[in-house]
Design a protein around this ligand. Structure first.
Ligand code: ADP
Ligand code: MG
Length: 486
């Protein structure tokens, strides 16, 4: 029988606040174990939590970016469970009244886009870390992470494949980085998800029983875990068994999921309203202010690159991986457009030259020594055919980076890179080349069009690389009129 996979996610986003959710301890990643641990993180009796304003602001930023409804009044609850890395014996979270409701994020499904609906987003705190591999006998506890603010994004069971999960997590990573609420670093655990999986016979409308795979912090592992789990569930059903609702782990070594525990139900946690924190009340004004401060979002930026600057999907997507690259593109493209330089050329330049350069130097694009005006002047030389793209990027670009204030035209002259614009000289070079290779000309005439590259190479050699390639191509074609194949 054919089965359909159904997946819902619980995504955890660690917020990039300076301090923790309910106290002033540092929320920075790492640090010597148990150094970001004041009395609140350690759950000393008699201490009282105080909510981090920035965490609330980040929650609203993300909620608005995902089209959620922002709850004007949200509240905290205690989720009680015992674990050594949870000093209070409960997690402060939002259960009954989370801060954001609804919203969605799209993924590609076939040729169309499918919305993954969000159930809600709530604010909560992270637990500490149990280190099981540092000591031969004991597990060690590091409470630096205890109390770091998290957003949990709970989706509806709208995913139908591991590929969609992967895309969703990629988009989520890009979004949280773009709006500055998290570094989205999966290796450091700033972005991780629990994957709920069930299967059902294709065409069926009712959901199967789900299993939850905990704490996936690598998309490669998540894809493997999902593939394994789907196969496991199919085997169980095919052999007449029943899926038990349970929580499972994934072992990257064996590539298998394994049972951790039976699924706990909400009532096992004895949720109750947190008495030490007042409700979070947000005014319309406050929400409007947060909305106003949001940048243009990645999808919108991508669409604008395609419509305003005629970029293809792939280039626009690449530039929109990082907000800094997208913003730099708009800065350059707007300036360059006035000089008649195409957006496509700006995109090529940024993607193939500037991004690798900045990555190598560990710099932001905006930190390059060359001003946008001078990039435009450089690209203008390519656009009007005064210099070939390869000569520009191989010779002129390094010179310009060393002399960022010098006009590119001057540098190109000094380096003797300017192409021959003299069409008489070019014409005689073309004629000479064609005269030298009559057999090749005959083949070209019979339809072997690929020979144009050969002729170009010869013309380039003859002109010492200064011939304008477009002009030369036109001229070669004009000199030979090919007869089409019968
Ligand atoms: P609980 O309250 O028990 O944690 P929820 O209904 O809140 O359960 O769902 C938790 C997660 O499980 C959500 O991400 C949801 O999309 C997902 N989920 C619910 N039912 C299924 C199902 N049948 N198959 C796959 N995922 C599911
Ligand atoms: Mg849940």
């Amino acid at each position: 029988m054919a089965y359909e996979t159904v997946i819902g996610l619980e995504v955890h986003v660690q917020l990039a606040t300076q301090s923790k959710a309910f106290c002033r301890d540092s929320a920075a990643f790492g640090g010597a174990p148990n150094t970001h641990t004041g009395v609140i993180s350690l759950a000393h009796p008699g201490t009282l939590p105080r909510l981090n304003k920035t965490a609330v602001q980040y929650a609203v930023r993300l909620g608005l970016s995902l089209g959620c409804r922002i709850n004007r009044r949200s509240t905290f609850d205690r989720k009680n469970y015992f674990y050594a890395d949870l000093p209070k014996g409960f997690q402060t979270t939002q259960d009954a009244n989370p801060i954001c409701i609804g919203g969605s994020l799209q993924v590609k499904r076939g040729d169309a886009l499918a919305p993954i609906r969000l159930h809600h987003i709530h604010l909560e705190e992270d637990a500490g870390k149990s280190l099981h591999d540092q000591d031969p006998h004991d597990s060690l506890i590091d409470l630096n992470r205890a109390g770091v603010p998290l957003l949990e994004i709970v989706t509806e069971p709208d995913f139908r494949s591991a590929e969609e999960v992967s895309q969703f997590m990629e988009s989520m990573r890009r979004l949280v980085r773009w709006i500055g609420v998290s570094d989205g670093n999966m290796e450091e655990g700033s972005l991780r998800c629990d994957v709920n999986i069930s299967i059902r016979p294709e065409g069926s409308e009712t959901f199967g029983t789900r299993c939850e795979i905990k704490n996936m912090n690598s998309m490669r592992f998540a894809r493997r875990a999902i593939a394994y789990e789907v196969e496991r569930q199919i085997k169980v059903l095919e052999s007449g068994g029943r899926i038990e609702q349970e929580t499972r782990g994934f072992d990257p070594q064996s590539g298998e999921t394994y049972s951790l525990r039976e699924k706990e139900n909400a009532h096992d946690y004895r949720y109750f309203p947190e008495p030490d924190l007042p409700p979070v009340l947000l005014s319309e004004d406050y929400i409007a202010q947060v909305a106003h401060a949001l940048p243009e979002l990645p999808e919108a930026a991508q669409a604008r690159m395609q419509s305003m600057y005629e970029l293809n999907v792939q280039d626009a997507q690449t530039l929109c991986n990082e907000r800094s690259a997208a913003e730099y593109f708009f800065l350059l493209a707007e300036n360059a457009q006035k000089a008649g330089v195409s957006g496509k050329l700006c995109a090529n330049f940024i993607i193939n030259q500037l991004l690798p350069w900045s990555a190598g130097k560990h710099l932001q694009l905006s930190e390059s020594p060359v001003r946008v005006e001078n990039w435009t002047a450089m690209l203008t030389l390519i656009e009007k055919g005064a210099i070939s793209a390869s000569a520009c990027y191989q010779r002129l670009l390094p010179a310009l980076l060393d002399n960022p204030e010098t006009p590119p035209q001057t540098l190109a002259e000094q380096l003797n890179l300017l192409q021959d614009q003299d069409s008489d000289a070019l014409s005689s070079a073309v004629a000479a080349v064609l005269a030298k290779y009559p057999e090749k000309v005959a083949e070209y005439k019979k339809g072997k069009k690929g020979l144009i590259g050969f002729f170009m190479g010869e013309v380039m050699k003859a002109s010492k690389g200064k011939a304008n390639p477009q002009e030369a191509t036109k001229m070669i074609e004009a000199h030979i009129t090919p007869t089409p194949n019968p």
